[in-house]
Design a protein around this ligand. Sequence first.
Ligand SMILES: [Zn+2]
Length: 457
Amino acid sequence: MGEPIRIFDVVGILGLDPRPGSQIAPTSSSVNFKCPICNHKGYTLNVNYQKDTFKCPKCNSKGGAVALYSLVRFNESYQKGSARAKETIAQLRQELYGGSTPTGPQRHVRSTTPAAPVIRQASDEEKNAVYNALLDLEPFKLTPEHRDHLRSRGLSDAVIDRNQYRSIPDSPYQHPRFSKETEAAIQNLPVKVSKSAIALGLMTVAALKEKGFNDFTGIPGFFKVGKHWCFYLVKGILIPTRNERGQIVCFQVRRQGSGLRYMTLSNKMLPGSVQDGISKCHVVSSSRVGGDLTCSTRIMLTEGPLKADVIAALSKEPVLVLAIQGVNVTACLKPVLDWLKANGVRTIYNCLDMDRITNLNVRAGSLALRELMAANGFEFPAMVWDDETAIKKLQELKDLAIVNQVPLPKKTGNPFTYLCALCVALEEAGIQHTEKSNYWPSRSKGYDDWLYYIRSH
Ligand SMILES: [Zn+2]
């Protein structure tokens, strides 16, 4: 596996912003940085160089060098041993050592090379035009398997078609013979991209050029292979993320056969690509894609565009659903919150998955969101569902607390808040109360799951 990856080097390539006056050297014990995960205004991210760990009490993120890299670069949590973890480590090594064997002081060379010029994002109009043209291309037709998956989430064919989900194919093209120059450019990419993905990406761009699109500067997903534009593709279901006007502003991909199922389509490491702020907040209404305030009685926030689409489709009352791409990806909320505020909205319902009650890590993210909402002048009441599970879990955990002589918290009259207090008490007493994979049953973990469950039973 090569030599261990030091968090000092990772901090260097990520270009984190240290607290002014900090001494930054591999021999420092620890340094505080601006947290790029939650963007808290203080220097809340503590990096311990001796233990090679990081921790931010504001967003509750913590872990080692690779976990930090994975969260900041790809907005993905790192799962040791997963297929995706191998890719992440390979990309990190590539970035650190450029593919060569690390030797002595050269290891730090990368941290000091000047960053590539920052590419500004194109406007929502420009992105929407290119992305819509891309969705019309033949190779991206939704496969029957992917359609079946979407149906199994509770979506009707009409909604599936309206929302424009697409499939990123295996590789519909023969690998073309690349020119020598292109071959060399592929070799020089800072991240390994398979030749079949590049072939598909180049063909995609060629097809878009036929439709009159020539410049892809500032559009997330596009990058340069030598002098050619290419589109970065990861096999799976392509899920459009839309702004309040219904314009497509980024994509999420539901990946196949990977530990990490959802990711925002981005290519931060590749030449000519947009670096920051790629993940956007998704907006969907029961009446249409985008935001419809005229008939919305309830504004909800969840995590993941597909979840939001299902909620909007299955809700009996008119709703408008917002989805962030991850519970810590909140910077993208600002423009949407401004728009809602300008339209007189003051209440947004917390519709994050129910494991926010039993899993204290998820709970921390939910609480941080509530703070952010308050700071922006919004009420953020929690939506709860599936009392049956709450009451059942409550009984189980009460018994567990009694057996372990953990004092029971004061009764609250509401099974959900009481369950939450009980989980905190158990956690504080150091008692693992729930199997990690079973914080909440999957039939009602997300509000989308729950709506589908009650509609089909
Ligand atoms: Zn943080």
